[in-house]
Design a protein around this ligand. Structure first.
Ligand code: COA
Length: 256
């Protein structure tokens, strides 16, 4: 387990809190592992009927830890990160997210797999894969165009600039915009409402909504993963990430 992930099961809801606020809730390999263990345990526990993921009201998740990308990049198809991506894509029980503040990279793409996403007006989404010299992950290159339409997805994935809760709602992956003070309560209320419903019916309905593209999403995660691993070793990605830690603008002028 990881000290930076808090897991609690109460009233048939497993709550997963991303808790590494000094690094803006950036996810390390250990944290992906811990979240994966929590999701698997919740799926397997007949007492659990819904899951809830959240960070702090002013910071959901700043994405993959960029130091891990530089120092411990995934080499093969198996890593706690890729296991997490497949797990979240294949969940049978419903997953609710409460998002306030930064939701960068996987902090946004994991939401495309959630069933209900509550966002505070301070939410600041970003898909900065291209500016980082990378490519999209978590099936987002398939799911975002499907949810938002191609041009909206292209703006978010190609330019990779931050955007707010309104745009997330217009893109179609935010269920509702909720005041920051009510965010966690509202999301927990939704998880409790799901947990009170006939469980088999909830699971079947989710499966019916997702089954027609489940295989394609799994394949897209694999395809993106191959390109992502290759890009992580590229001079462009190294320049982008080193510039982040050196608190300067990256210089891509020398690349062709
Ligand atoms: N990986 C590793 N460390 C990160 C991080 C990440 N993804 N995001 C933030 N941090 C660290 C910063 O290096 C800084 O550490 P320090 O205090 O030791 O210098 C600390 O968290 C605070 O970050 P800071 O950038 O000062 O906070 P901010 O409020 O000004 O900005 C973000 C918040 C999330 C907008 C900004 O940190 C950011 O853009 N992070 C990178 C996001 C990213 O590219 N993720 C990968 C997507 S694939």
């Amino acid at each position: 387990m990881s000290a930076n992930v808090v897991v609690e099961t109460r009233d048939r809801v497993t709550r997963i809190e991303i808790a590494r606020i000094d690094k803006k809730n950036a996810l390390t390999l250990e944290m992906y592992g811990a979240i994966g263990v929590a999701l698997s345990a919740a799926e397997a526990d007949p007492q659990v009927r819904a899951m809830l993921i959240h960070g702090k009201p002013d910071c959901f998740c700043s994405g993959n830890d960029l130091k891990d990308f530089l120092e411990r990049p995934p080499h093969g198809e198996r890593s706690s990160t890729f296991d997490f991506l497949h797990l979240i894509a294949d969940l049978k029980k419903p997953l609710v997210a409460a998002v306030g503040g930064a939701a960068v990279g996987i902090g946004t793409t994991m939401l495309l797999h959630c069933d209900l996403v509550y966002a505070a007006p301070n939410a600041r989404f970003q898909l900065p894969f291209v500016p980082l010299g990378l490519v999209p992950e978590a099936g987002s290159s398939l799911l975002l165009p499907a949810i938002a339409g191609y041009q909206r997805a292209a703006e978010l994935l190609l330019l990779g600039q931050p955007f707010g809760a309104d745009k997330g709602f217009a893109a179609g992956f935010v269920t509702e915009i909720v005041p920051e003070a009510d965010l966690l309560e509202r999301a927990r209320g939704a998880a409790l409402a799901l947990a009170a419903l006939p469980p088999a019916s909830v699971r079947l309905t989710k499966q019916l909504m997702k089954s027609h593209h489940a295989r394609a999403v799994g394949e897209q995660i694999e395809q993106e993963g191959r390109a992502f691993r290759e890009r992580l070793g590229s001079p462009e990605a190294k320049e982008a990430m080193t510039a982040f830690f050196e608190k300067r603008k990256p210089d891509f002028s020398k690349f062709s």
